[in-house]
Unconditional design. Structure first.
Length: 102
Protein backbone atom coordinates (compact mmCIF):
# COMPACT_ATOMS: atom_id res chain seq x y z
CA UNK A 1 0.00 0.00 0.00
CA UNK A 2 2.76 2.43 0.95
CA UNK A 3 4.75 1.50 -2.12
CA UNK A 4 1.81 2.33 -4.37
CA UNK A 5 1.36 5.67 -2.65
CA UNK A 6 5.05 6.53 -3.06
CA UNK A 7 4.99 5.57 -6.75
CA UNK A 8 1.84 7.66 -7.28
CA UNK A 9 3.33 10.64 -5.43
CA UNK A 10 6.58 10.41 -7.42
CA UNK A 11 4.65 10.17 -10.67
CA UNK A 12 2.52 13.22 -9.85
CA UNK A 13 5.58 15.19 -8.76
CA UNK A 14 7.21 14.39 -12.10
CA UNK A 15 4.21 15.87 -13.94
CA UNK A 16 4.29 19.18 -12.08
CA UNK A 17 5.26 22.28 -14.02
CA UNK A 18 7.47 24.70 -12.18
CA UNK A 19 6.77 28.34 -12.95
CA UNK A 20 9.84 30.53 -12.60
CA UNK A 21 9.54 33.02 -9.76
CA UNK A 22 10.92 36.51 -9.50
CA UNK A 23 14.53 36.94 -10.38
CA UNK A 24 16.21 36.88 -6.99
CA UNK A 25 19.52 38.05 -8.37
CA UNK A 26 18.12 41.27 -9.87
CA UNK A 27 18.64 44.45 -7.86
CA UNK A 28 15.49 46.22 -6.80
CA UNK A 29 14.92 49.97 -6.91
CA UNK A 30 15.21 50.12 -3.12
CA UNK A 31 18.67 48.61 -3.26
CA UNK A 32 19.78 51.22 -5.78
CA UNK A 33 18.23 54.16 -3.87
CA UNK A 34 20.53 56.45 -1.92
CA UNK A 35 20.63 56.20 1.86
CA UNK A 36 18.29 58.58 3.71
CA UNK A 37 19.82 61.70 5.18
CA UNK A 38 20.58 61.45 8.88
CA UNK A 39 19.27 64.45 10.84
CA UNK A 40 19.28 65.29 14.55
CA UNK A 41 16.31 63.98 16.48
CA UNK A 42 15.65 67.30 18.27
CA UNK A 43 14.84 69.01 14.98
CA UNK A 44 12.36 66.30 14.04
CA UNK A 45 10.64 66.50 17.41
CA UNK A 46 10.34 70.30 17.21
CA UNK A 47 8.84 70.19 13.74
CA UNK A 48 6.42 67.49 14.84
CA UNK A 49 5.27 69.55 17.83
CA UNK A 50 4.72 72.68 15.73
CA UNK A 51 2.50 70.92 13.22
CA UNK A 52 0.62 68.83 15.80
CA UNK A 53 -3.12 69.22 16.29
CA UNK A 54 -3.28 66.87 19.26
CA UNK A 55 -3.50 69.55 21.97
CA UNK A 56 -6.42 71.53 20.44
CA UNK A 57 -8.26 68.29 19.67
CA UNK A 58 -7.70 67.08 23.24
CA UNK A 59 -9.04 70.34 24.65
CA UNK A 60 -12.07 70.15 22.38
CA UNK A 61 -12.66 66.56 23.46
CA UNK A 62 -12.33 67.45 27.15
CA UNK A 63 -14.82 70.29 26.72
CA UNK A 64 -17.27 67.94 25.03
CA UNK A 65 -16.89 65.38 27.83
CA UNK A 66 -17.47 68.08 30.46
CA UNK A 67 -20.59 69.30 28.65
CA UNK A 68 -21.98 65.76 28.40
CA UNK A 69 -21.27 65.10 32.09
CA UNK A 70 -23.05 68.34 33.04
CA UNK A 71 -26.03 67.37 30.90
CA UNK A 72 -26.15 63.90 32.48
CA UNK A 73 -25.98 65.41 35.98
CA UNK A 74 -28.88 67.74 35.15
CA UNK A 75 -30.99 64.80 33.93
CA UNK A 76 -30.21 62.58 36.92
CA UNK A 77 -33.12 62.27 39.30
CA UNK A 78 -35.59 63.86 36.90
CA UNK A 79 -38.52 61.98 35.50
CA UNK A 80 -38.70 61.80 31.74
CA UNK A 81 -42.46 61.24 31.88
CA UNK A 82 -44.84 64.11 32.68
CA UNK A 83 -47.48 63.79 35.40
CA UNK A 84 -50.48 63.06 33.17
CA UNK A 85 -48.63 60.35 31.23
CA UNK A 86 -47.38 58.86 34.49
CA UNK A 87 -50.97 58.57 35.82
CA UNK A 88 -52.15 56.91 32.58
CA UNK A 89 -49.30 54.38 32.74
CA UNK A 90 -49.97 53.57 36.40
CA UNK A 91 -53.69 53.12 35.83
CA UNK A 92 -53.03 50.91 32.78
CA UNK A 93 -50.61 48.81 34.81
CA UNK A 94 -53.19 48.53 37.60
CA UNK A 95 -55.86 47.40 35.11
CA UNK A 96 -53.51 44.76 33.72
CA UNK A 97 -52.71 43.45 37.19
CA UNK A 98 -56.44 43.14 37.89
CA UNK A 99 -57.00 41.24 34.61
CA UNK A 100 -54.23 38.80 35.42
CA UNK A 101 -55.57 38.24 38.93
CA UNK A 102 -58.97 37.07 37.61
Amino acid sequence: MRVRFLILAAGLAGCAQFVPGPDLDARSAAQDAPFPELVPLAGLLNSARQGSTIIPETRSFEQRVAALNARAAALRGRSIVDGATRLRLLSAADRNVQRIAR
